[in-house]
Design a protein. Structure first.
Length: 190
């Protein structure tokens, strides 16, 4: 499997180590990771596991992934910060790659929500009231600009917002790849 096909799997198996993952500055107080005298300000504060949902590659089957993230604590302000891989978003269970793929399939390919759910969600059992829809698609569409680091668009219906965001994300992907792979990998570039 090439790096292009690896998608999420590539960074799930990779651990850069404490020093390579250390942020350049504290996200809370804004001070540099190292003091002026060369002493460390952001200390390693362990690792934390997070379960990620969705396919690990553009055309892969949906699954659950365990991702280990490093934590750092600032000795000046005392705030602990978690450093996560580029394909994750705070407080979302699905990877941004899976969300981009879902929005693209729903808004550009015009697939029904139930089919998109089968492609992206690792859950085979769906409640009877949700058999033909997936509410997450509309929620993701409304947050797409912030989620993918895009400029805010004009107010529009959810499917139009999703199509706009998905096309812009696709444009970030490698041009020599298949359409789904471009969307999937383009989502990691913010």
């Amino acid at each position: 499997m090439s790096d292009l096909e690896a998608g999420v799997k590539l960074w799930l198996e990779k651990d850069d180590g404490v020093e390579a993952s250390r942020p350049s500055h504290c996200g809370a107080c804004g001070l540099a990771a190292y003091r002026g005298d060369g002493r460390l300000r952001l200390h390693g504060h362990g690792r934390r596991s997070r379960t990620l949902w969705g396919p690990g590659e553009a055309e892969g089957a949906p699954a659950f992934w365990d991702v280990w993230m490093r934590r750092y604590r600032c000795t000046t302000c005392g705030v602990a910060r978690t450093v996560q891989p580029p394909g994750l978003a705070a407080r979302l269970r699905y990877s941004v790659c899976a969300i981009a793929l879902a929005l693209y399939a729903w808004a550009v390919w015009r697939r029904p929500a139930a089919r998109v759910r089968e492609q992206v969600s690792p859950f085979a059992i769906v409640g009877t009231s949700e058999a033909d829809r997936w509410r997450s698609l509309r929620r993701w569409a409304e947050r797409a600009a912030a989620l993918f680091g895009l400029p805010a668009g004009a107010a529009a219906p959810a499917r139009q917002q999703a199509a706009r965001a998905a096309q812009l994300v696709r444009a970030r992907g490698p041009t020599d790849a298949a359409e789904a792979v471009r969307v999937f990998l383009g989502a990691r570039t913010r």
